[in-house]
Design a binder for this molecule. Structure first.
Ligand SMILES: *[C@@H]1O[C@H](CO)[C@@H](O)[C@H](O)[C@H]1NC(C)=O
Ligand SMILES: *[C@@H]1O[C@H](CO)[C@@H](O)[C@H](O)[C@H]1NC(C)=O
Ligand SMILES: *[C@@H]1O[C@H](CO)[C@@H](O)[C@H](O)[C@H]1NC(C)=O
Ligand SMILES: CC(=O)N[C@H]1CO[C@H](CO)[C@@H](O)[C@@H]1O
Length: 238
């Protein structure tokens, strides 16, 4: 609990800083988004990585899809999105995160680089994915997605993909933190008050009508709730 409080405070203070300086812990260099990208959303996933056995193949277990639900909170209380594979687009990108509220807001991306989980090989690697499509309010303006802090999800042992199991699917439980990065347009300029820096980013959206004001309002609300929750947590715990 105390860790969560510190985490929230750190997020509030350092939202404007670069990827290495936020509350996500040490991020391996291999999966850092380019300079200028900052987290817009952090969502906690629970689900499975689903593999199918191809007996005799060089890689006997093929990942066919993840099936995960993403929540606002680490305690997995408020469901906000689903994560899965879809039909690849022209570039081959097929990884999707989609708002569950019917708005259709989603990000589509393809893996760009991976780094082994620092918590051991029983956990799927940490990954940076590059977005090819990003629409709507929750998932609009996303350039990169990170999968970090993974637990589980690794394919079964190759020896378990026997001829008898050819074609069978095994769904392996996992949890992860997904971080959705948006381009702030500035490189490494510290902008301490999240409440004033966030709307500036929203005004750069190339859609100057209704959705813009909605997006701006939501961004302000989000930034304010982060600050309020940090203040609330601090008062509660100090
Ligand atoms: C597994 O199934 C695939 C097609 O479904 C087939 O091509 C392959 O030969 C099978 N492998 C074994 C070991 O039976
Ligand atoms: C979906 O959620 C967004 C906020 O993330 C909200 O602005 C939008 O109106 C919602 N859409 C629907 C169809 O509920
Ligand atoms: C796979 O299973 C075999 C036999 O059970 C075992 O010897 C081997 O160490 C296992 N490999 C991994 C990577 O767990
Ligand atoms: C973070 C990032 O975009 N990394 C790499 C993604 O893939 C391209 C092309 O393969 C690389 O040039 C980037 O450095």
């Amino acid at each position: 609990m105390f860790k969560i409080v510190l985490t929230t405070l750190a997020l509030t203070v350092l939202t404007g800083a670069n990827a290495q300086d936020n509350d996500l812990g040490a991020l391996p260099a291999a999966i850092l988004p380019p300079a200028g990208y900052v987290p817009k959303e952090k969502l906690y996933a629970v689900g499975t990585q689903n593999y199918v056995c191809s007996a005799g193949a060089a890689t006997p277990w093929t990942l066919v899809t993840p099936k995960a639900t993403l929540y606002k909170e680490e305690a997995h209380t408020t469901e906000v999105a689903k994560h899965f594979f879809t039909t690849p687009d022209a570039t081959g990108a097929k990884v999707i995160w989609e708002d569950v509220n019917g708005s259709g807001s989603h990000v589509r991306a393809a893996p760009n680089a991976t780094s082994p989980s620092p918590d051991g090989p029983q956990n799927v690697p940490w990954v940076i994915l590059k977005a090819t499509e990003s629409t709507g309010e929750l998932f609009g303006n996303i350039g990169y997605v990170l999968r970090i802090h993974t637990l589980g999800g690794v394919a079964p042992n190759a020896t378990e993909c026997t001829a008898a199991k050819n074609g069978t699917e095994v769904d392996v439980d996992y949890t992860a933190l997904y971080v959705f990065y948006t381009n702030k347009g500035a490189t490494n300029t510290p902008e301490t008050p999240a409440t004033t820096s966030q709307p500036v980013e929203a005004t750069k959206t190339p859609v100057p009508t209704g959705p813009l004001s909605d997006a701006t309002r939501s961004t302000v609300t989000m930034a304010m709730s982060v600050v309020l929750s940090a203040v609330g947590s601090a008062i509660f715990w100090l």
